[in-house]
Design a protein around this ligand. Structure first.
Ligand SMILES: NC(=O)c1ccc[n+]([C@@H]2O[C@H](COP(=O)([O-])OP(=O)(O)OC[C@H]3O[C@@H](n4cnc5c(N)ncnc54)[C@H](OP(=O)(O)O)[C@@H]3O)[C@@H](O)[C@H]2O)c1
Length: 283
């Protein structure tokens, strides 16, 4: 029997409805929530992502000031643009669109963002807050996955979660989140990676298997315990084509699974706006 599908759309809708309500409350108090964006260069895909975020920001009631730097901008130019938004008290959230042109250091730019305006939740200080269980903006994709599991009432507490991939964007912060003492987390979490050549031994016993490798088709039916919940976080793009980590055939073995398109992605974007409205509330 094919697995139950767990689309991200309804999860994102619920999160965004809550964001929209919180934006309205702030506006009633005279605060105009603002999410600033910085784009460097003219990459079509990046410009498209910025347009989508700006449109969504406007729909939710955010102001979204934007700085577009030329492809040959220097690291200094980028840091000046970041500093301008950091120093502007009317700006509550700030994101630098990834990737930046090859001659620029994205990690250095990320570290220059005011941690309290870091809507991606990826600033080292925010990763530290997460590790310590302190409040702060959460990394969007892991937070989206936790929200997705909670939305579909998939029990996590006390269960065995295995994450394939220990990357800084997804696997590592997700492991920190799902092992925390909260009703929607509280799991026995194992993280596997290229240092564990027999990783299938671990994934085969997972109640919840989360793919976070970015290797198309790496998760095959034989890696999955029958009836397990499978969350496809890892993807690779070939041009505009999205290639998920989880092979299509896994649907025949899993009990529940995120769809190949419209799974984790929509929840990631929703969490960005959730971080932004919280930043505005805290300002
Ligand atoms: N859906 C979304 O909205 C969304 C958002 C953000 C990111 N993502 C995706 O999430 C994925 C992870 O991103 P990231 O930045 O956290 O990770 P990353 O830095 O790309 O690291 C990938 C991880 O997967 C492991 N891995 C790769 N190939 C493997 C193999 N053959 N066997 C076992 N482990 C393997 C690597 O192991 P080693 O550490 O040993 O090298 C590494 O830990 C990417 O595909 C990214 O596109 C999706």
């Amino acid at each position: 029997m094919p697995a139950r599908l767990l689309p991200g759309g309804p999860v994102a809708e619920r999160i965004l409805a809550e964001v929209s309500t919180r934006v309205a409350v702030l506006k009633d108090k005279g605060v105009s929530p603002s999410l600033a964006t910085i784009l460097v260069g003219d990459d079509d895909a990046s410009a498209g992502y910025i347009r989508i975020k700006q449109r969504q920001a406007a729909e939710l009631g955010f102001v979204s000031p934007h700085a577009h730097l030329p492809a040959d901008a220097t690291q200094d130019d980028l840091h000046q643009a970041i500093a301008a938004f950091n120093d502007d008290p009317a700006v509550h959230g700030l994101l630098v669109q990834y990737p930046v042109p090859g001659h620029l250091d994205y990690d250095a730019a990320l570290q220059a963002v005011d941690p309290d305006k870091d809507v991606d939740g990826m600033h080292p200080l925010n990763m530290g807050r997460l590790a310590l269980g302190m409040p702060g903006p959460l990394p969007c994709t892991p937070a989206g996955i936790e929200a997705l599991l909670a939305h579909y009432e998939i029990p996590v507490s006390g269960r065995e979660v295995v994450i394939l991939g220990r990357g800084a964007t997804l696997g590592r912060p997700l492991a920190m989140m799902l092992s925390q003492k909260r009703p929607t987390a509280n799991a026995a979490v194992t993280v596997v990676h290229t240092g564990v050549p027999d990783w299938a031994r671990y994934t085969q016993r997972a109640d919840i298997l989360i793919a976070a490798a970015g290797v198309p088709g790496i998760i095959q039916p034989e890696h999955v315990k029958p009836g397990a919940v499978v969350i496809g976080g890892g993807v690779r793009y070939e041009g505009r084509k999205l290639l998920p980590d989880v092979d299509e055939s896994v649907e025949q073995v899993a009990g529940a699974i995120t769809p190949r398109v419209g799974g984790v992605g929509p929840t990631t974007v929703a969490m960005l706006f959730r971080n932004a409205v919280i930043a505005a509330e805290n300002s």
